[in-house]
Ligand binder design. Structure first.
Ligand code: NAP
Length: 346
């Protein structure tokens, strides 16, 4: 069976999870890993191979350029810090490689438009790395929302994604460096909350948003947002609120309330093992379909499999870039509103 050959650009921590997802996808393999330091890419490959070994160990590169030039790579997975991503997405596209781009995709919507248009121009696929979009739970949630009686007309979407970070995180992590991750927790965590709201309203854009930076911290003043809240106002009297934070204990819930009832997902970003497709409707638990617990059907594995199948189809999926761009536009508007300490119209 033909397999999509992935190159991983950098030795980012999240790359270890995607390595496993590629391994379990059945239709993809990792053929190359690049780091700014050859020793680091070799070590990354050695450690990942020790846990989930590909038949042929991927080639290690000591520069990102070297990997982009490789003839043994069809697609690049790019988990570089957000502030550095645009250049490498554009260069990957110009090297005729498909792009799986980590979220938050770019430092601005204008930057993301350049990235997407480079992919379109070079006939390569662009997709962001939001794993929950590939969880089969969304199909079940969608069926409940559309049944007309359980939730009825959607009125309110709320979510929270937070975790309390260590002192070391606030000293050294890329997420508190404004050159690398300019939106702090809004980009790292709020991206998911915005995505869930947009998915729920079928990609309708809010008319206006209000964002608030509740706390800042970082390597240099004034720091990046480390606690953020926002309100999104849609046509038809639908609203959405979210809260994301690096200061508050781990939570990752989403709630959709309608005229007739509610639906609640306790772990919408990264399902707790054993709970992959479970959620709650009006005090009734919809149990997990346990076939989804296996690595081969985990949401991150589905993401890789869907990406590779799309590439093999020979057609570009235009919805995936649109999901990313809309999420980025709403994220930017929330950020601008917070900076201006006012509401921001779209
Ligand atoms: N989709 C998801 O579920 C998910 C989960 C976690 C994180 N993410 C996103 O993925 C991105 C990476 O997160 P992470 O925690 O994996 O990052 P990380 O471990 O800090 O890795 C970032 C990598 O970028 C490379 N890099 C290049 N220039 C750099 C610079 N100037 N400073 C620091 N690193 C530089 C480094 O690789 P080399 O040294 O090897 O070149 C480094 O290993 C973030 O934007 C984050 O929001 C997504």
């Amino acid at each position: 069976m033909k397999k999509l050959r992935f190159g991983i650009l950098s030795t980012a921590n999240i790359g270890r999870k995607d390595w496993k997802a590629i391994f379990h996808s059945g239709n993809s393999i990792v053929t190359a890993v690049a780091s700014r330091d050859l020793g680091r890419s070799r070590k990354f490959i050695q450690e990942c191979q020790a846990e989930t070994p590909f038949e042929n160990p991927p080639e290690a590169f000591g520069s990102y350029d070297g990997l982009l030039a490789s003839k043994n790579v069809d697609a690049i997975y790019i988990p570089l810090p957000t502030g550095l991503r645009k250049e490498w997405v554009v260069r990957a596209a110009e090297s005729a490689k498909h792009v799986l781009c980590e979220k938050p995709c770019a430092a601005s919507a204008a930057g993301l438009e350049e990235m997407i248009s480079a992919c379109r121009k070079n006939h390569v696929q662009f997709m962001d790395g939001v794993m929950f979009m590939h969880n089969r739970r969304l199909d079940q949630v969608c069926a409940v929302l559309n049944d007309g009686t359980s939730v009825g007309q959607v009125k309110r979407i709320t979510s929270q994604f937070s975790f309390a970070c260590s002192e070391e995180f606030f000293r050294a992590d890329i997420r508190v460096d404004d050159a690398l991750e300019p939106h702090g927790c809004l980009g790292d965590l709020g991206w998911y909350c915005i995505r869930f709201a947009l998915w729920t309203v079928n990609w309708q854009m809010p008319r206006r948003v209000e964002g608030r930076i509740l706390s800042r911290a970082g390597k240099k003043p004034p720091g990046v947002p480390v606690e953020f809240s926002a309100e999104l106002f849609f046509d038809g009297g639908v609203s959405s609120g979210f809260y994301c934070s690096f200061l508050t204990a781990f939570r990752q819930w989403a709630d959709i309330s309608g005229a007739k009832g509610y639906l609640r997902v306790p772990d919408f970003v990264g399902p707790v093992v054993g709970n992959e497709t479970a959620f709650e409707v009006n005090n009734r638990s919809v149990p997990s379909d346990h076939s989804a617990d296996r690595p081969s059907t985990a949401q991150e594995t589905n993401m890789i499999r869907n990406f590779a199948n799309q590439v093999f189809s020979g057609k570009l999926n235009e919805e995936w870039p649109m999901w990313a761009l809309k999420t980025q536009q709403v994220q930017d508007a929330c950020f601008q509103s917070a900076l201006a300490d006012s509401e921001s119209c779209l």
